[in-house]
Design a protein around this ligand. Structure first.
Ligand code: SAH
Ligand code: SF4
Ligand code: F3S
Length: 526
């Protein structure tokens, strides 16, 4: 950033750890424009991946006193917001929190960009194409911003945590008003206010070091049937290809009582399914200094709550312990679908990825799971074309996919991410070869998926009905316990219920069926 650009940013906040602490323990103090000018002259730094990589040993504080300052509470009255979400479930859930905060500020939601007074792009940095999509959208929104100067255009989420992205936005996309990261979502009210009163400049607030845990944030959930529940934030695994530990900070777990209270509340509101969220949920609780309590214990406690379906994502094979397997084997509302990203079938590649397990230990874990849960469905994530992956190593991935019998997989071509160790490696695998590997892998996965679907023909499955099918309003759609999409004929009154559906046709990615009469009732623990 040159001096001129610095000058153009007249109001910039840099939140360092000390600033953050004082800000969160008391209601956040209003800063005057002089304060901002001072900050801008002396302390602005872009987000810093080096800083983000360092894990502090400080205790993580949990804050229960979130509130929107009185003078900001009604700032959105008569105004509308739109949030575009990219990336994973974590981002989708963050969007629900931001929607909750904006709603409490008086804003209403809209899906029409032209109607919006505030547009937020909640971004993902996982692969280059994810970032390209966002830059495309920032460009598309420029004419609208020029036409409507009062529009607040904000960029948040994982891309905002990247130094290069923030610099690029400030240099090339000056129509963006607001940039904030993943650790300071609770500061949205103050940031919007600053943005409103500084129309000529960007407001940037990105914390490179991870934040504390803020409980009691308002949420506007996407639906009334399924809900996300964060159980932990961040990731400490540092897989060599992955940007997430830098964009989401260190692992920090929510206290069990807060999670259990949220799940109970969702059950009381009539939600039928929850998905517990974390980048590596198997590390849940490892950061507690005072209690020994892990994911197995949490699942065991949630098992007792009267909510029909409980899922969790994402599992890391490394921390998947026997206690969890034992608890999951109880069944009931704990569904026997496990998403267990393997990334590669070659121990050598896994080592270079810093995954800290081998092909053999992964297979051992799978057989333990299968022994305890014979009907479990396994799905996975796989990266092809990791730097210098050989044909033989790739074939080991194919053979592992067959051996485990994954019923579906998210497959990706490796994408170098700035600031990660793998991105510094020379890579002798041409893109054309990587693409061919992806096609070959997808062919195998599709074949296995179709095969697994065929087994459902003429069977009766339990479907949580989510609504009308996307392509045909006369047909309903929902998911089985093992997460298979089912389109079927049945009464609209079954929406939001778990019903029995007889499968009449199996396709590669979905099943067709007919509802079995008299099953429109909630089927607890079944
Ligand atoms: N925390 C989860 C997944 C996080 S990201 C886990 O560890 O399993 C989702 C998936 O994106 C990863 O499982 C991986 O397959 C893929 N991914 C992550 N970084 C990538 C990169 N640089 N290039 C290609 N795919 C990547
Ligand atoms: Fe990324 Fe690995 Fe963490 Fe998953 S476990 S988020 S792949 S660093
Ligand atoms: Fe993307 Fe961030 Fe999720 S990088 S995958 S949105 S944690």
């Amino acid at each position: 950033m040159n001096e001129q650009q610095r000058k153009e940013m007249s109001q910039i906040i840099q939140g360092d750890a000390a600033d953050r602490k004082s800000g969160q323990d008391k209601p956040l103090k209003e800063k005057t424009s002089e304060d901002f000018a001072k900050y801008f002259e002396t302390t602005y730094e872009p987000p810093n991946l080096n800083k983000a990589r360092k894990r502090g040993r400080d205790e993580i504080n949990v804050h229960y006193n979130f509130q929107i300052p009185e003078d900001i509470k009604n700032i959105g009255n008569g105004k509308k917001f739109l949030i575009r979400t990219y990336g994973c479930q974590m981002n989708e859930h963050d969007t629900e929190v931001m929607a909750g905060i904006l709603t409490e500020m008086g804003y209403e939601s809209t899906s029409d960009t032209k109607e919006a007074d505030i547009i937020l792009l909640n971004t993902c940095a996982i692969r280059e194409n994810a970032e390209n999509k966002v830059f495309g959208e920032i460009g598309h929104l420029k004419p609208l911003k020029l036409e409507k100067p009062d529009l607040i255009l904000g960029v948040c989420g994982c891309m905002s945590q990247e130094e290069s992205v923030v610099n690029r936005i400030m240099q090339k996309h000056q129509h963006v008003d607001l940039i904030f990261g993943t650790h300071n979502i609770h500061r949205l009210p103050q940031l919007i206010k600053e943005s409103m009163f500084s129309k000529e400049a960007n407001v940037v607030e990105v914390w490179s070091k991870e934040g504390d845990i803020i409980e009691n944030l308002p949420k506007v959930r996407h639906g009334k049937i399924k809900a996300w529940v964060n159980i932990m934030y961040g990731c400490d695994k540092f897989c060599t290809y992955c940007i997430v530990p830098m964009t989401r900070g260190k692992e920090r777990s929510r206290r069990p009582k807060d999670i259990i209270q949220e799940v109970r509340h969702l059950a009381a509101q009539g939600y039928k399914e929850i998905t517990l969220l974390g980048q590596n949920v198997n590390a849940y609780g490892k950061d507690f200094g005072d209690i020994t309590y892990g994911l197995g214990d949490l699942m065991n406690d949630i098992h007792k709550i009267d909510i029909p379906r409980v899922r969790f994502t994402t599992s890391h094979p490394r921390d998947f312990d026997d206690r969890l397997i034992e608890v999951l084997a109880q069944g009931g509302n704990l569904l026997d679908h496990i998403h267990l990203p393997v990334q590669s079938g070659s121990s050598e590649v896994l080592k270079r990825m810093n995954r800290k397990y081998t092909r053999e230990s992964y297979l051992e874990l799978v057989s333990k799971i299968r022994k305890a849960m014979p009907n479990a469905t396994l799905t996975t994530d796989i990266i092809v074309g990791f730097p210098n992956e050989t044909e033989e190593q790739f074939e080991e991935t194919l053979s592992l996919v067959e051996e485990v019998g994954f019923e579906s997989a998210y497959t990706f071509i490796y994408s170098p991410r700035e600031g990660t160790p793998a991105a510094r490696k020379k890579d002798d695998v041409p893109m054309e070869v990587k693409k061919q590997r992806l096609y070959r892998l997808n062919d195998l996965v599709n074949k296995q998926s179709a095969e697994a679907m065929k087994a459902y023909k003429d069977k009766v499955v339990k479907v949580l009905v989510e609504g009308e099918s996307k392509n045909n309003p006369d047909v309903l759609a929902g998911y089985t316990e093992r997460n298979k999409l089912v389109n079927f004929k049945g009464p609209k009154s079954s929406i939001g219920q778990i019903v029995d559906v007889k499968i009449t046709e199996a396709k590669t990615w979905s099943l067709d069926g007919i509802m079995v009469e008299n099953t429109v009732e909630v089927n607890h623990n079944g």
